[in-house]
Design a protein around this ligand. Structure first.
Ligand SMILES: Cc1ncc(COP(=O)(O)O)c(C=O)c1O
Length: 415
């Protein structure tokens, strides 16, 4: 359910929203928590926590196996998560949504079930320099086995993808193209529609890593025009260990399973096994049933706010935080893309990112430091690590002020 047009114009009542997130009111080292590590994982509203709690208290059973009441309830709840995700990404069919443990499993599923069987020596997979390792390493693993290569499209100094270059690199050897919808380090929003259009012209399937997009923007896989879209639940208010791969039916029908086991077969004989149709073909074994019980509530929460309001609020906060960080002496900000989600990576002269993050934690501030699972991007900028403040709609300008004050105190400590 999307926000009504008039509701979309109303500003967010952030204090009310914050009251829905119990963890935000805790203290860390005796200081009020400032949680700016949302690109790493997001906090959960009461509705999600209660849905998981309710599952264990009232409905716990395995899915798709038992005919008893609890088994039917657990199965209905698990399948309701598929329906919610299918609606959330505007999938043409719920059967095109494979439930996974997150983006990493979703991308590996494409690597092993789609790419591995079709790649041969001389073929290539195209990705970009700004990707998370989850959108690089699985391709390297299947490339090693098949003799294919992995190519990476470049970015510019602002952290924008050089789209003309990406398109130029869509040569006939490329059998699969990949791109992050939003960079986890730079916040850059990539022009997925344009890339998908160019891929379609050349008959190259496109995989989009939507991990960092889904918490911030409406996803419409049909409008984007891609072939595969991966999301991870824990960054979009849902429990950890939940996620999904959406893929076009024509690909799923042709893909052999990646994991074998229970719940993914039609008939097993030692002479040969007949696999179930998608999506169950790709969901062997007992899934994260309790986690998926929280997914519809997470999606309902995001949609209840409405992505227009969410965007207006987050973009304002991003601008405010960027100005504040920019005013720090000796600061270097990484990522000034034309269109960004609320992620700010930076370094302060004379201060190691990990030292800063450790000392900020003592001030109650949670930010991530390190390479953010993006070694090639760190190499591009010539740094081993950055500090990353990643914001969500439940963060406030007052927290940004508190963050800047905490940085001032830490710098004094560091001399
Ligand atoms: C852009 C991007 N892709 C993939 C992942 C991996 O997600 P997960 O660990 O939830 O599978 C992350 C997580 O940080 C990410 O930011």
């Amino acid at each position: 359910m999307n926000a009504k047009p008039e509701a979309a114009l109303l500003p967010l009542d952030v204090e009310r929203i914050r009251a829905d997130f119990p963890l935000l009111s805790r203290t860390v080292h005796g200081k009020p928590l400032i949680y700016f590590d949302n690109a790493n994982t997001g906090q959960k509203p009461v509705s999600v926590i209660e849905a998981v709690d309710r599952h264990y208290r009232q409905h716990n059973a395995n899915v798709a196996r038992a005919v008893h009441t609890l088994g039917e309830e657990a199965t209905a709840s698990y399948e309701a998560a598929r329906d919610a995700i299918a609606r959330f990404v505007n999938a043409p069919s719920r059967d095109e949504v494979i439930l996974t443990s997150g983006t990493t499993q979703a991308i590996n599923l494409v690597a092993y079930s789609y790419a591995l069987p079709c790649l041969k020596a001389g073929d290539a997979i195209l990705t970009t320099v700004m990707e998370h390792h989850a959108n690089i390493v699985p391709w390297q693993l299947v490339a090693e086995r098949t003799g294919a290569t992995v190519k990476a499209a470049p970015i510019d100094a602002n952290g924008d993808l050089i789209v003309e270059k990406y398109i130029e690199m869509l040569t006939p050897e490329v059998k699969l193209a990949c791109v992050a919808h939003v960079s986890n380090v730079l916040g850059t929003v990539n022009p997925v529609r344009e890339i998908a259009r160019e891929c379609r012209k050349r008959g190259i399937p496109l995989l989009v890593d939507g991990s960092q997009a889904a918490p911030h923007r409406r996803i419409d896989v049909q409008a984007l025009g891609c072939d595969f879209y991966a999301i991870t639940g824990h960054k979009m208010l849902a429990p950890t260990g939940t996620g999904a791969l959406w893929a076009k039916r024509e690909h799923l029908m042709a893909m052999p399973p990646f994991f074998g086991g229970g719940e993914m077969i039609r008939e097993v004989r030692f002479e040969g096994t007949v696999f179930a149709d998608p999506p169950h073909r790709f969901e062997a074994g007992t899934p994260n049933i309790a986690g998926f019980a929280g997914v519809p509530a997470a999606i309902a929460y995001l949609e209840g706010i409405g992505f227009d309001r969410l965007k207006a609020y987050e973009q304002d906060l991003l601008a405010y935080a960027t100005d504040a960080i920019e005013s720090l002496p000796g600061v270097r900000i990484f990522g000034r893309a034309k269109e960004k989600e609320p992620v700010i990576s930076f370094l302060l002269e004379g201060a190691h990112a990990n030292d800063m993050a450790t000392l900020l934690d003592l001030q109650g501030v949670a930010v991530r430091s390190g390479h953010h699972c993006a070694h090639p991007l760190m190499q591009f900028f010539g740094v081993p690590a950055t500090l990353r403040a990643s914001l969500a709609f439940y963060n406030t300008r007052a927290e940004v002020d508190g963050f800047i004050e905490a940085i001032g105190r830490v710098r004094k400590l560091l001399g």
